[in-house]
Ligand binder design. Structure first.
Ligand SMILES: [Zn+2]
Length: 311
């Protein structure tokens, strides 16, 4: 074929260019990001997930079923606490890999734990937004953990055995903001189990708001330096470092009581979330979630787990 017309050449160049751009977009998302996206969709289909709700129970059931497919057992840690809305029951869902018996906290304490991976499953109850779903706060993080657990179970069983996974309940406050007496109900109760562990877990990773479009993450300024370095190493290995930074101050989230219990824990959380157009607003729905961001979060978290659990 002979191409003489400049118009034809331009057209051809445009087609090839368009194809390359399309390929680049597709390459930014992989099967792990797409799987995490599908799990996010499934969790949101359970409905809103505040403490003691049907939606939360359905979401916990979904997670247990998915994890069981890959060799993970789950147990519940239930607690009753006074809240601004009266007494409430909270349930943390805790998972271990290829364990013989996992029925109660005593069983849990008998299994060695090198690292903890957690996220909060509850969604905030917000006056005026009865159907608030908390897609990135924090269904997407729980969905990502399902995919991480599946992959660890399949390809890194020795590492999976050293990891404890927790889906916290009651991270969200019933009042507008988390206070010393409102919010972090589940992670606080879970952290108490850590005091009696021998040996003590070496690290924790908490994920929160890690699936939003145009991913921006800022860890608290008081994050353990080794864990922060591990995060940066994992991100750099994939060319994802521009998505990660450090906040100016500390952040109140589920990592707080784990740190207090002596387990250095990093909170990988959406940057400057309280200035976004979606945090604790109706925009925190599936439209906000990006399979590309989940791909980035997947590989960064997996990189950290492989490094930290393999030490
Ligand atoms: Zn929240």
């Amino acid at each position: 074929m002979k191409l003489k017309s400049p118009l034809l050449l331009t057209l051809l160049a445009a087609i090839i260019g368009g194809f390359l751009i399309l390929k680049q977009i597709n390459d930014a998302t992989d099967r792990h990001g797409r799987a995490a996206y599908a799990h996010t969709e499934a969790l949101l289909a359970c409905g809103p997930r505040p403490a003691d709700s049907e939606g939360l129970k359905k979401a916990q059931q979904y997670i247990s079923t998915e994890l069981a497919k890959h060799g993970w057992s789950t147990m519940s840690q239930s607690l009753v606490r006074d809240t601004p809305l009266g007494k409430k029951t909270f349930v943390n869902l805790i998972a271990r890999f290829q364990t013989e018996k996992l029925e109660n906290l005593e069983d849990l304490k008998a299994i060695n734990t090198k690292g903890i991976l957690g996220a909060h499953l509850d969604s905030k109850m917000i006056p005026g937004i009865p159907d608030f779903l908390g897609a990135d706060d924090a269904a997407s993080a729980c969905a990502l953990i399902i995919e991480l657990a599946a992959e660890l179970g399949k390809n890194h069983p020795e590492l999976a055995k050293q990891l404890e996974i927790v889906f916290f309940d009651g991270e969200e406050a019933f009042g507008e903001n988390i206070t010393p007496t409102d919010g972090l109900y589940g992670s606080r109760a879970y952290a108490f189990t850590l005091y009696e562990r021998k040996p003590k877990p070496q690290f924790g990773i908490v994920l929160d708001m890690i699936g939003h479009q145009d991913l921006k993450i800022a860890v608290p300024a008081d994050t353990d330096r080794k864990l922060y370095q591990s995060l940066l190493n994992a991100a750099q290995a994939k060319g994802y470092e521009k998505h990660y930074g450090m906040a100016k101050g500390s952040i109140i989230d589920d990592h707080l009581y784990l740190n207090k219990a002596g387990v250095p824990t990093i909170d990988i959380i959406g940057a400057d979330f309280n200035h976004t157009h979606w945090w604790h607003q109706s925009g925190d729905d599936l439209d906000l979630i990006s399979a590309e961001s989940l791909t980035i979060s997947y590989h960064t978290t997996m990189g950290m787990l492989i490094e930290l659990l393999g030490r």
